[in-house]
Write a protein that binds this ligand. Sequence first.
Ligand SMILES: Cc1ncc(COP(=O)(O)O)c(C=O)c1O
Length: 453
Amino acid sequence: MSIRHFGLALLLVPALQAQVTTTTLHDALLAARADRAGEPAVAAAFQQLAKEHGTPLYIYDQRYIQGQAAALRSAFAPRFPKLRILYALKANTNPAVIGLLRAEGIGAEVVSQGEIETALKVGYQGTEIMFTSSSKNPAEIRRAIELGTVLNVDSMDELGQVQAEAHRQLKQARISFRVNPGVDPHTIHQINTGIAESKFGLHLQGGLAFKAYAAAKAMPEIRIEGVHCHIGSQITETEGYTLTATKMMTFVKELKEKLGLKLDFVDLGGGLGIPYTDGQTLMSPEDLAKALEPVWKAGVATLGYEPTLWLEPGRFFVGGSGFLLTRVNTVKETPIKTFVNVDAGFNTLMRPVMYQAYHRVRVIGRTQDVQKVDIAGDVCETGDILAEARLLPKAKAGDLVVILDAGAYGFSMASEYNARPLPEEVLVEGNAVRVIRRRADFPELFRTATSAK
Ligand SMILES: Cc1ncc(COP(=O)(O)O)c(C=O)c1O
């Protein structure tokens, strides 16, 4: 990995001296966020990044990630004496990013063996990992039990498979069940996971979750440690969480009274939203902690013991840290629209196409001639539009465009579709830039193809 210091040169460029308003690259990222990407000093920072690293380029801001971890901890730790915070790796699986969160004392929540192996590589012990997936394969179950990872079981079928594998290994499998609480957190359909129609979890409805605990209790190969739920992603209001916490604590009480079970933890999942538009206000970690506190305390009082509260956000930690820098290939006027064709597409950032997600866009170094444009991707699909009908300063071929809030579900969802190698990822550490994943090259596109000559 290479580390390069940035910014000083920027300050010394005579032509720019008069307008220099940024001192570090971190500040340049903040300025772009604050819609000051047109300023020459800010533009110079992004131009240098593009020159050194090429485009499309994922840029992450270390300080932002550390700040989010601190904000979550300081909102929750004073109110919840027994607290464990995990990071949902799926949001951004770069080992350097995960390592930052591990250094903040945050655990790992994973959804596949690949993510287990990534967490181990970063330095987590298997016992520090929580493995959630509604469809685990036998190798994944085997590996998780070997490592002493908590398996978050999603069905009775899976419970049977976990029991059989634990028996084979002469071990006790550590488990929780993912419960479907039947709560709608009012987010978009594709990321709404706690409603009754969802494929995830064992329903509280119809006593399915209760039956699972009763069955597991009778299995000597199973050690029940907790209960889990995750109602969705990009949640902006507290109500879904408080309703879920109420249902979960009532369920935990039922488990104690009817089965004599005392759980170590109650995991309320992730899902904390971030602002994707200018001026958007939404639930803060402080708002959420304040709203959950009375529900949790009332639950603990009737329960007679205090489980550890687990939380497992992904997007919240990394979403706003990420900037996708892309270059304009061409600008095309049609009778209907103007397309700014860039060198990133839904192979680079899937969210706009997959979820109709809105990402702010800034044109680097331009402020004049605002016009309505679509930012169109370079994938050969009609639907490959990264941003639609945006009022932006006029861009020309060769200009840079930056897409904000691309740190979560950006690179981790990227693909090689259209045979485009995966982009580079860099981490901005104050004024230094570190390559944390180099740009893939063309031979890597066919590295696993057995018929390539
Ligand atoms: C089980 C589970 N936990 C945590 C998360 C993280 O969600 P978010 O990134 O919205 O915080 C997800 C995301 O889908 C999930 O499925």
